[in-house]
Ligand binder design. Structure first.
Ligand code: ARG
Length: 476
């Protein structure tokens, strides 16, 4: 987001007292985090306002001091937003930079805010606030992708497609059924983020460095003001816990995997070999050498970025696994992975939504290829079962039927009436009644099946769900 401008030199170290000199250049360069944790500035300022009120409630700030403190925090927040207050590389981290800003505005009074809190409880609080906001932004973008997919399913609601297993024609499905099979995982991603949000909604502020504070603070009041359900019940856990980071990264990793699988299918569908869909010019790219090329870069980037999201989860879990309680500096490494996951997904999701909503589908080609590859062979077997044949035999008979057709370069429905009995006496020309795509689709009418009625039911439920997801994301 913000590369700090290396201007103002005056360092505002938060821990100068017992040190005779400043840190070595090598240490400072290694430990500085402000170049990425500046993203937490708005949340740190919100938490500071809540903390100021609690100090006031504890009699540690007068009415007048509180008013000046809140005024300065508001003006600092404005300047941060406007970019007129910026961190410097001397600032070490976001907390240091903002204390400098406060001291610049308030003089000695600015130094009172730090009472009873530590960067350990601050950073844990800031990161929870940031991620709870990020979860809402992500859910909003996921809802848009759900809507793009349900929109496409609505437009092409009657078009069949070859359903596949092992990437081979298996059984006919509605193309909409296939599209909606990508919406359900996204809906579970939203569900997972909402569920995560409830567990993340606990405030660490008040834990101080690790043991709480001897000052009469009110962690519950701070928690309420910041929109948390309450204060964390153990001050050591409050500053040690990064479950909310790991769980969030699991949510983004799995979301990334879902987007990758969607991306992979779009890549396949857009090939000349499949030829199911055409990408809109605005959502595909050309080649610098081959004038005819139209490449599915968005879908490929969706596939590619999944590795990165999985890496972030792995990295953070590995960083955490050996850490003694409470805070350790290792934990500073928790931030770049989540910032990157959030920011990359906020780039990827809108691009995917645009790509999906502008796809055009070659309905004629889908209709023509759906029954090919003997995709109706299961229907033949089940037709025999309905007439009393054991499925084991039915499978053999239908297999012989397929082999007979293959040897002659025929599709199942192209066999002459007279030939059925030659293949197997239990076959008869009436088998033709199941040798149509529409019959095959219509007959799969149990819950979860691909019959037009079931798919319509599914579609309207998912449209409603996408609306609920969008509404959750904007709820205060
Ligand atoms: N930049 C630090 C982090 O992100 C803030 C907490 C530092 N605490 C400390 N005791 N040095 O983890």
């Amino acid at each position: 987001m913000t590369e700090p401008a290396p201007t103002q030199p005056a360092p505002t170290r938060l821990w100068g007292g017992r040190f005779s000199g400043g840190p070595s250049q090598a240490l400072a360069a290694l430990s500085v985090s402000v170049q990425f944790d500046w993203r937490l500035a708005p949340y740190d300022l919100l938490a500071s306002k809540a903390h100021a009120r609690v100090l006031h409630g504890a009699g540690l700030l007068t009415d007048e001091e509180l008013e000046r403190m809140l005024g300065a925090l508001d003006s600092l927040a404005d300047d941060v937003r406007a970019g007129t207050f910026r961190p410097t590389l001397e600032d070490e981290d976001v907390h240091t930079a903002l204390e400098r800003g406060l001291l610049e505005r308030l003089g000695a009074l600015g130094g009172k805010l730090r009472a009873g809190r530590s960067r350990n409880d601050q950073v844990a609080t800031d990161l929870r606030l940031y991620l709870r906001d990020a979860a809402r932004q992500l859910v909003s973008r996921i809802a848009e992708l759900e809507t793009a997919l349900t929109g496409l399913a609505t437009t092409y609601s009657t078009v069949p497609a070859p359903g596949m297993t092992h990437l081979q024609h298996a059984q006919p499905v509605l193309f909409a059924h296939q599209l909606l099979a990508h919406v359900h995982p996204l809906a579970r991603d939203v569900d997972r983020l909402q569920d995560w949000d409830e567990r993340a909604a606990w405030s660490p502020l008040g834990a101080g460095a690790l043991a709480g504070s001897s000052l009469p603070l009110d962690p519950e009041a701070v928690a309420k003001e910041l929109g948390f359900a309450g204060a964390v019940r153990n001050s050591i856990d409050a500053v040690s816990d990064r479950d909310f980071v790991a769980e969030f990264l699991f949510c983004t990793a799995l979301l990334g995997v879902h987007l990758s699988r969607l991306g992979e299918e779009v890549c396949l569908w857009a090939t000349s070999e499949f030829g199911w869909v055409r990408l809109d010019d605005a959502f595909s790219t050309g080649s610098s050498i081959m004038p005819q090329k139209k490449n599915p870069d968005i879908a490929e980037l969706a596939r590619g970025k999944a590795g990165r999201f999985i890496g972030h989860l792995t990295g953070v879990l590995t960083m955490l696994k050996g850490l003694p309680l409470a805070y350790d500096r290792d934990m500073q490494e928790d931030k770049e992975p989540v910032f990157d996951a959030v920011e990359q997904l906020l780039l990827l999701l809108p691009a995917l939504s645009g790509m999906v909503s502008t796809l055009t589908v070659d309905t004629e080609r889908l209709e023509r290829t759906t029954p090919t590859g003997h995709a109706l062979a299961t229907d033949v077997a089940e037709w025999l079962v309905r007439r009393g044949t054991a499925f084991r035999d039915a499978h053999e008979i239908s297999g012989a039927f397929v082999a007979w057709c293959d040897a002659r370069g025929l599709e199942l429905w192209e066999v002459d009436d007279a030939d059925f009995a030659a293949i197997d006496p239990r076959l008869s020309p009436e088998v033709r009644e199941v040798l149509t795509v529409s019959g095959a689709l219509e007959s799969r009418s149990a819950v979860g099946g691909t019959s037009p009625g079931r798919v319509a039911e599914q579609l309207s439920a998912l449209v409603a769900l996408a609306h609920e997801h969008a509404a959750w994301a904007t709820r205060p």
